[in-house]
Design a protein around this ligand. Structure first.
Ligand code: SAM
Length: 366
């Protein structure tokens, strides 16, 4: 089943396994994809999946992170939308007593195969509680008929219905990272929202009901790539000042959780503008990729092209915040031909008539 052998292999598998050949081949390919996404959970190359179930599965490091937090809380966990068992495997592997349910009998059968007899499973609607004294974890489906659902009321099960069903109980709900936090509040949620990133992209916003939240914490950013966590209980004294040696573009989890100032305060950085998420400092926080400022100019395309050509730039990475510039289109228009790779950070400083767009020509730390 490599690209080169697929046609011949398909013919051979059809001849040997007849009508079961497509399922067999799909399972083989899904297992290969699963190793990258779920490999930390154990021997997933033996697991059963559907394509959609694998797409929906929480990546292993994210599932293990949640499981670690539940283990620390000493919880018995009911995963009420367990699908093929990803989060159950993470919970079990983290020493948490867990059981699972789902409304879909095929996924439950796959979960039984995947997690074995070590975890209890049953078929149930998450909106009809079947356990007591458990922490209920729900990861609602966010697609219907193949289309992504953006409103939390259109999740399956819907967020409002979940809050009503489990009011007063410990509840953890995995949501899309872009979920409207104010809407979540209007639906009656009062706990902590944890935004988690992994491999440089924001993976989810997880709602932890008040009983599971750390006292005084309403927002948390968890950056799994470097094991950093930040909450809104920390100080946010982050000044606004002109650019220093470095520009830092904070991780998406920090930005999405609204903790840019807290992050700046923790690492001795300052904001370039009170409304813009770029930070600056004379030293980079550990393990962070930053941009060393070589030159700054009022943003103007011709002027920027001249500055980059003078710096012998041939490849440019363009970061943009607060100005309407399409980085890909600008990169194409710049038509650079030099030998160096540089980065350009374009942003707005100040608002209204006093606002101006600035371009910082930089060298990336890595
Ligand atoms: C996004 S998937 C969960 C993925 C899972 N957390 C994982 O990491 O593999 C959503 C699951 O919710 C299930 N589901 C949808 N509505 C449900 C309901 N009312 N009650 C129980 N399960 C439901 C679907 O069958 C699906 O398996």
């Amino acid at each position: 089943m490599t690209d080169g052998s697929r046609i011949a292999d398909t013919t051979a598998v059809r001849a040997r396994f007849g009508a079961r050949a497509p399922v067999l081949m799909e399972t083989t390919l899904l297992r290969r994809r699963a190793v990258d996404k779920l490999g930390e959970l154990g021997p997933v190359s033996d697991w059963l999946f559907t394509d959609e179930a694998l797409q929906q599965a929480t990546a292993a490091p994210v599932a293990l992170h949640r499981a670690g937090r539940l283990a620390a809380a000493g919880a018995v966990v009911h995963d009420a939308t367990c699908s093929v068992g990803t989060e159950l495997a993470a919970l079990h592997g983290s020493g948490v007593r867990a059981l699972g349910s789902d409304i879909d009998p095929v996924r439950l059968a796959m979960a039984r195969h995947n997690v074995g007899s070590r975890v209890d499973l049953c078929r149930a609607d998450a909106l009809r509680p079947v356990t007591r004294d458990t922490v209920v974890v729900v990861d609602p489906a966010r697609r219907r008929g193949g289309r992504r659902q953006f409103s939390p009321e259109d999740y399956q099960p819907g967020l409002g219905a979940l809050f009503d069903t489990y009011r007063g109980r410990d509840l953890v709900v995995k949501c899309a990272p872009g979920i409207d936090f104010e809407q979540v509040g209007r639906l009656g949620f009062e706990g902590e929202i944890e935004v988690t990133s992994y491999r440089g992209s924001v993976r989810e916003a997880c709602l932890w009901s008040a009983g599971l939240a750390e006292p005084g914490v309403r927002r948390r950013a968890s950056v799994l790539d470097r094991g950093e966590q930040l909450t809104d209980a920390e100080p946010d004294d982050c000044p606004v000042a002109p650019v220093g040696r470095w520009i830092v573009d904070p991780d998406g989890a920090v930005v999405r959780s609204g903790l840019v100032r807290h992050y700046g305060a923790r690492h001795g950085l300052w904001q370039l503008d009170p409304d813009i998420a770029y930070l600056s400092g004379d030293e980079l926080p550990p393990e962070v990729r930053g941009f060393e400022v070589l030159e700054q100019l009022d943003f103007d395309e011709r002027r920027l092209r001249r500055a980059l050509a003078a710096a012998d730039c041939g490849a440019v990475e363009i970061l943009v915040r607060g100005v309407s510039v399409d980085p890909d289109a600008l990169r194409r228009r710049l038509r650079l031909a030099g030998g160096r790779s540089l980065s350009v950070v374009i942003t707005r400083l100040g608002t209204g008539p006093a606002g101006r767009a600035i371009a910082y020509v930089c060298r990336a730390s890595r």
